[in-house]
Design a protein around this ligand. Structure first.
Ligand SMILES: Nc1nc2c(ncn2[C@@H]2O[C@H](COP(=O)(O)OP(=O)(O)O)[C@@H](O)[C@H]2O)c(=O)[nH]1
Ligand SMILES: Nc1ncnc2c1ncn2[C@@H]1O[C@H](COP(=O)(O)OP(=O)(O)O)[C@@H](O)[C@H]1O
Length: 211
């Protein structure tokens, strides 16, 4: 009870509550969070994860991810530099302590885009974020979006679809997510997302106005 109170108090002192975005690969997390960060650029900051996967065309090192080798990533994890890390579709991904601290130091709402293992692990920390799951309307739509995105090999696509089926079930577990947004029509999904975050957005705007 007291521990919970103090961890809340400390996270309040550290700045606004972070937001976790999770959901299947191809559900639309990047699309939605980029829209959000564009509209509210002085409110949200992105936690730049590390990954061992190769950059896609258009992705920028240090902005979308920190692209590193497995050796570098494993050394960082062993050194305690990461809040959480996971293996997804044959690659390592992880949130460094520095990634979150960089955003919180600017008094911005820190956005984490992480898979379901990341969600489970973040729940064991005192980060206390708002958990949002972005889900596709169906498996068929998800597959079409992933194919149309043209970023994955057939093997990678199949791995992502297998993980997606597990993720869709996970999102239904009671008490895991604060909000589940089904991304069918993009504009509707975006409105739902904004609705879920409005209170936190207003808080940050107020704090930043008065400082
Ligand atoms: N646990 C964890 N998952 C991450 C992290 N960064 C990205 N992911 C997840 O890794 C998965 C694959 O990401 P990515 O390769 O960018 O593919 P995409 O989701 O299809 O664009 C997605 O589910 C991301 O949410 C991280 O730092 N930690
Ligand atoms: N509501 C939507 N309707 C149609 N296409 C969408 C919608 N949301 C996202 N997309 C497209 O689907 C693909 C996957 O979205 P993306 O944001 O990359 O997903 P994620 O980050 O969850 O892997 C992208 O090509 C994106 O442009």
């Amino acid at each position: 009870m007291y521990m919970r109170y103090f961890s809340r108090l400390f996270s309040a002192m550290a700045g606004p509550r972070p937001v976790v975005f999770s959901g299947p690969s191809g559900a639309g997390k990047s699309t939605l969070l980029k829209k959000l960060m564009k509209e509210y650029d002085s409110v949200f900051g992105f936690s730049v994860s590390h990954t061992t996967r190769n950059p896609r065309p258009g992705e920028v090192n240090g902005k979308d991810y920190h692209y590193v080798t497995r050796d570098v990533m494993q050394a960082g994890v062993a050194n305690g530099d990461f809040i959480e890390s996971a293996e997804f579709s044959g690659n390592m991904y992880g949130t460094s302590k520095a990634a979150v601290q960089d955003v919180q130091a600017k008094n911005l709402i820190c956005i984490l885009d992480i898979d379901m293992q990341g969600v489970r692990n973040i729940k064991k920390t005192d980060l206390d974020p708002i958990y949002i799951s972005i889900q596709p309307p169906s498996m068929a739509v998800l597959e079409k979006r992933l194919r149309d995105r043209k970023t994955e090999s057939e093997e990678s696509l199949q791995k992502r679809l297998r993980a997606a089926a597990v993720d869709m079930e996970f999102s239904k577990e009671p008490g895991v997510f604060d909000v589940v947004v089904v991304n069918d029509n993009l504009d509707d999904a975006y409105i739902q997302l904004k609705q879920a975050l409005l209170k936190e957005i207003d808080k940050v705007k107020k704090i930043n106005r008065s400082s």
